[in-house]
Design a protein around this ligand. Structure first.
Ligand code: GLV
Ligand code: MN
Ligand code: MN
Length: 412
C-alpha cells in the first residue's frame, strides 16, 4: 500500500487547533466545555465529516468518527486521544493523537485501502483533570471504571455539577449510556507525544508503550487558625499553610525514599484561605499527584504521606484530612498490539524502543475493555504541559504513518 502522510496539512491543522485557546500563543488553555473547547469540537467535527466519517457523540461529549468497514458488525479498531489542554500548556499533548488519527484515516483512504473492520477515531472528553478534578473522565465512563452516579456528583470549582455543565454544552442523556460493551473494539492504538526525554536523548523516532503507570491523586485539607499577621504571636500560631508546606515536603521525601526512578509525586495545587498578605492562613487545600509503575510502591508513598499528615498536624495543632480522588491500577499493554506496532516499525525501517508511560492516558482505561497499546513520538527536551512543548512535523508524520499502517493491519 502506498501510504503518504500530508504533513503540511496535519501541521496546519495542529496550528489551527492551537488557536482555540484561552491563553495567548504559544500557550494553550482549553478546558473541557469552555467556549474554546466547544468551538474546537465544532471545527473538528467538520473535519471528520469532510473525511467522510460518521460522527456520533455520547452523553459526556466523547466523540466517535467512524469509517465503516466492509464487515461493520465486527468489533471496530479504535484510535484517538484528547483535545483538552491544561492551563498554560502546549499544542501537541493529545491533539497529535486526534489529528494524527484523522490523517492516518485520510491517508488510508487516499491509498485506496478498504477496511474490513470499521476504524473509529475517538476524541475523549476531559482527559485532563482541570475542571472536574479527575483525569480521563470520558474514558473512565466509557470503560465502566467510573460509575454514572459517581460522575454525577462531580463539581467544578464554581460549584457547577457535571450534569449542569454538560447540559449547557449540549450533551444530554444519562451517563449510564456512555459505557461501551467490552468487545466493541478489537484493538485500540493511541498516538501521543512521549512527554519525557528518552526518545530524543537516544535519537530513536518511535516508542511503543508496554505499560502505563498507576496514577493516584488526592486532596489534603489542612485546617488551622487564622488571625492578624501582625498581632498573633508566633508561639500561638496554628498556621495551616506552614503545615501544608511540611506535608508537601513529606510527599517529596516519600517519593525520593523509594530510590526508584518510576516513583514520582507532585503537589501542583495549593489553595490558601483567606489568601491575604496580612492574614495567617486558616485553611489550605493541597492537590497532590502520586504515580509509579509499581502500584504497591505507589501505595507505599501514600502510606508515608498519611503518617506524615498525622505527625505534622499533631505537632502544629492543625487537622489534615485526606480525600482520595483516584487510585488506579497500572496497565500492561496488549502484547498482540505491541507486536503489530513493532513489526510495522521494522517494516518501515524505523527504530523504536519499548517503553513505559509514566504519564497517564485514556489508553489506561480503554485497555480495560480491549487490547490496547500506544505509539510515542519524541518531543523536544521531553517538555510537556508547558507552552514550549514541541514535536517536529517529521516526528508527527512518522508516528502517523506507522499508526495508519498498524490500523490497516488491525482492521483486516
Ligand atoms: C496527563 O495529562 C497526565 O497528567 O499524565
Ligand atoms: Mn496532559
Ligand atoms: Mn495527553
Amino acid at each position: 500500500m502506498n501510504l503518504t502522510i500530508d504533513t503540511a496539512r496535519l501541521t496546519r491543522e495542529l496550528e489551527t487547533l492551537a488557536t482555540f485557546s484561552d491563553a495567548p500563543q504559544p500557550a494553550v488553555t482549553r478546558i473541557v466545555f469552555s467556549e474554546q473547547d466547544l468551538r474546537a469540537r465544532v471545527w473538528l467535527k467538520q473535519l471528520y465529516v469532510e473525511a467522510g466519517l460518521d460522527v456520533r457523540e455520547d452523553a459526556v461529549g466523547n466523540t466517535f468518527a467512524r469509517w465503516r468497514g466492509t464487515d461493520p458488525e465486527l468489533p471496530a479498531v479504535g484510535t484517538g486521544s484528547h483535545t483538552d489542554a491544561i492551563p498554560h500548556s502546549g499544542r501537541y499533548d493529545g491533539t497529535v493523537g486526534v489529528l494524527g488519527g484523522l490523517e492516518a484515516i485520510r491517508a488510508l483512504k487516499r491509498a485506496g485501502f478498504q477496511p474490513r473492520r470499521s476504524i473509529e477515531l475517538l476524541m475523549f472528553t476531559s482527559e485532563e483533570p482541570t475542571r472536574f478534578g479527575i483525569g480521563c473522565l470520558g474514558s473512565r465512563l466509557l470503560s465502566g471504571s467510573l460509575t454514572a452516579s459517581a460522575a454525577d456528583c462531580l463539581k467544578d470549582s464554581d460549584g457547577r455539577t457535571l450534569d449542569e455543565v454538560r447540559a449547557a454544552a449540549g450533551f444530554h442523556g444519562s451517563l449510564d449510556s456512555v459505557r461501551l460493551d467490552p468487545g466493541c473494539y478489537s484493538a485500540f492504538v493511541e498516538l501521543h507525544i512521549e512527554q519525557g526525554p528518552l526518545l530524543e536523548r537516544r535519537n530513536v523516532p518511535l516508542g511503543i508503550v508496554t505499560a502505563i503507570a498507576a496514577p493516584a491523586s488526592l486532596w489534603v485539607t489542612i485546617e488551622g487558625e487564622g488571625g492578624h499577621a501582625g498581632a498573633v504571636l508566633m508561639p500561638d500560631r496554628r498556621d495551616a499553610f506552614l503545615a501544608a508546606a511540611e506535608i508537601a515536603l513529606a510527599l517529596e521525601a516519600a517519593a525520593l525514599s523509594t530510590g526508584a526512578i518510576d516513583s514520582v509525586a507532585t503537589t501542583g495545587l495549593c489553595e490558601v484561605f483567606p489568601g491575604v498578605i496580612n492574614g495567617v492562613p486558616s485553611r489550605v487545600r493541597l492537590g497532590m499527584d502520586v504515580r509509579d509503575i509499581d502500584p504497591e510502591r505507589r501505595d507505599g508513598m501514600l502510606g508515608k504521606l498519611k503518617l506524615a499528615c498525622g505527625d505534622i498536624s499533631r505537632r502544629r495543632r492543625v487537622t489534615a484530612r485526606i480525600e482520595m480522588i483516584n487510585q488506579d491500577a497500572p496497565t500492561t499493554c496488549a502484547p498482540a498490539i505491541v507486536d503489530v506496532l513493532a513489526a510495522t516499525c521494522e517494516k518501515r525501517g524505523f527504530a523504536f524502543d519499548k517503553m513505559v508511560s509514566r504519564a497517564y492516558h485514556d489508553s489506561l482505561f480503554i485497555s480495560r475493555i480491549c487490547p490496547t497499546s500506544m505509539l510515542f513520538i519524541p518531543c523536544r527536551s521531553g517538555f510537556s504541559h508547558r507552552p514550549d512543548e514541541y514535536s517536529t512535523p517529521e516526528a508527527i508524520s512518522q508516528g502517523t504513518l506507522v499508526l495508519a499502517d498498524a490500523l490497516a493491519q488491525l482492521a483486516c
